[in-house]
Design a protein around this ligand. Sequence first.
Ligand code: GDP
Length: 456
Amino acid sequence: MFDALANGFRQAKNRLAGLTELNEQNIDTALREVRLSLLEADVELGVVKAFLARVKEKALGEVVKLKTKSADGGTMKVTAGDQFTKICHDELVAFMTAEGPALTFADPHEKRPTGIMMVGLQGSGKTTTTAKLARYLQKEEKKKPLLVAADMQRPAAVEQLQVLGKSIGIPVFNIPGETPLNICIKAREEARAKGHDVIIYDTAGRLAIDEKLMDELGAIKESIQPENILLVVDSMIGQDAVKVSKGFHDKLELTGVVLTKLDGDARGGAALSVKEVTGAPVRFIGVGEGTDKFEEFRAEGMASRVLGMGDVVGLMKDFQSVVDEQKAAEDAMKMLQGDFSLDDFLNQIRMIQKMGSLKDIVGKMPGMDGMIPPDANLDDRELVKIEAIIQSFTPFEKKDPYALVREPGRVKRVAKGSGSTEQAVSELVQKFLFMRQMMSGLGQNMGLLGNIPGMK
Ligand code: GDP
């Protein structure tokens, strides 16, 4: 998470190394590094500009303060780099801090359950997040949630929520054949009857924001009057995450945003932009597929991660996963046997992405400047797109991408869901199938299977 940003801030600090004082010139030099890394991390341009302006203003203010201090004979204890980092930290926090609590609970005297309406586009991770939130409330807040499967749009969504609910021991309410609105209304009766104090509604997703969806969600909101409306957004779609948030917020007045898949997004630009652009604060983050991979969003913690100041443990884990030889050998084995799914392919892509950030580090080492081609970032973006496409496949399609090609309309839907084109989806599937076929042919023809270290 945030590799690109952390590198940029570190580089900015390096530019100030050895300097004891900030001045207009060295502030500008450091800010150029920050600007580059913010853009690279896919932070919205307006946000980049606003952030740089605020940091510059504060930093120049410090210059004046320090001058006054030195005139007083005061001693300076901090270096220019530390000071700059501190200002960036404070401004990052200011950009991301959310007003009020993450969730609002109904007044206990009123004896009605708290409503949490989950909204979002298909593939964003809405259903998974609904279960994650229920588990979180049960564990952290000692609540007794009822899950409501009201996403009748995506065929497997109801069943998926039922499976997830079972795994965390939380009941799921649904009435087959009913309209989403009626399901939500009936769910409240069920919750009262069974003593649930929180109801989490998993509402219909669509591939893109459309009027019909908004009308349906608007009607549900009107009828159930939930205390909370959380939008689930996939951080991997970068700036589109901000656009989607704005679209939903304008129509539904969200109480917050949940950013998912931050574990896979090395850029993390959405975390910085969402609140500033849309006014809707980020309340929670998803950091993995499991129901426990869910955290309340804390601006302070995020700012530290962005500045590369904390989370050494996380970094070590990333590093280990890059150099996991056993896993690499297993993947090679699977490939050669032709038993290589799109999920395995995705893991490989993630490894390459991590290598991409290593590439950044190499590029910034003395004497290595200019050795990395200027279009290196484009590769990163391509990888992110591929990742977004694969994430939009069903588990079955990941194992057997032929299924996707066989079913009319699926390619189109995946393209829409991942913000991509039909051509890109088809090409990806074709390339993958070709690669898998080639690799399995290689394995059979060359008798390589016994030669992989640790695989005998
Ligand atoms: P929905 O269509 O919005 O309901 O999306 P799903 O809940 O089915 O999620 C789509 C895919 O994203 C699934 O494969 C999830 O396991 C995955 N997913 C959801 N949240 C996260 C997350 O925070 N990190 C990762 N890595 N995957 C996630």
